[in-house]
Design a protein around this ligand. Structure first.
Ligand SMILES: CC(C)(COP(=O)(O)OP(=O)(O)OC[C@H]1O[C@@H](n2cnc3c(N)ncnc32)[C@H](O)[C@@H]1OP(=O)(O)O)[C@@H](O)C(=O)NCCC(=O)NCCS
Length: 126
């Protein structure tokens, strides 16, 4: 979580278990995933997202991982640009069909198919 004083302003979730998608398990075995990066509206463009990613990368590097991956929806150009600037490159295996989980205010969840590009980065932080 990212906090500003006592207010949560962003989050990221690290998926360390085997990926749900077969293609990810095949091409990137044992590579952790950065998922659900989000900064609340009104707090964006202040490097909170960048700091969350860098913090996640450092955590993974200290845990011994050598590479990290993430999926970004085809229409999310702002996020793709941010990841590219932070050193992520698209993998050569094409787009991936994934499932987006939407959490509604009433506590229900909705599953939606989502086409993603997969981006990876080597963790060479020393
Ligand atoms: C993607 C997301 C997490 C980025 O978070 P953020 O806190 O806005 O990210 P940053 O501030 O680190 O960087 C984003 C932009 O701000 C700019 N920026 C950052 N710090 C800046 C500064 N001090 N001065 C000027 N611009 C700055 C960056 O250059 C970048 O600009 P660009 O998109 O025009 O190229 C956020 O937009 C978000 O929650 N989006 C909705 C959910 C989502 O799409 N998540 C990604 C799923 S893959």
């Amino acid at each position: 979580m990212a906090w500003q004083d006592a207010t949560p302003v962003g989050d990221v979730y690290l998926w360390l278990a085997a990926a749900e998608e077969r293609e990810l398990r095949a091409h990137l075995p044992d590579v952790p995933l950065i998922t659900h990066l989000e900064v609340v509206e009104g707090r964006r463009n202040r490097r909170v997202g960048t700091r969350l990613i860098r913090h996640a990368e450092r955590y993974l590097w200290l845990a011994g991982f050598k590479q990290v991956a993430l999926g970004v929806a085809l229409d999310n150009e702002a996020a793709r640009r941010l990841y590219a600037r932070l050193g992520y490159a698209e993998w050569p295996h094409g787009q991936l069909a994934t499932t987006e989980v939407l959490f509604h205010a009433d506590g229900t969840r909705e599953l939606r198919p989502e086409l993603c590009r997969i981006m990876t980065r080597r963790l060479d932080l020393d």
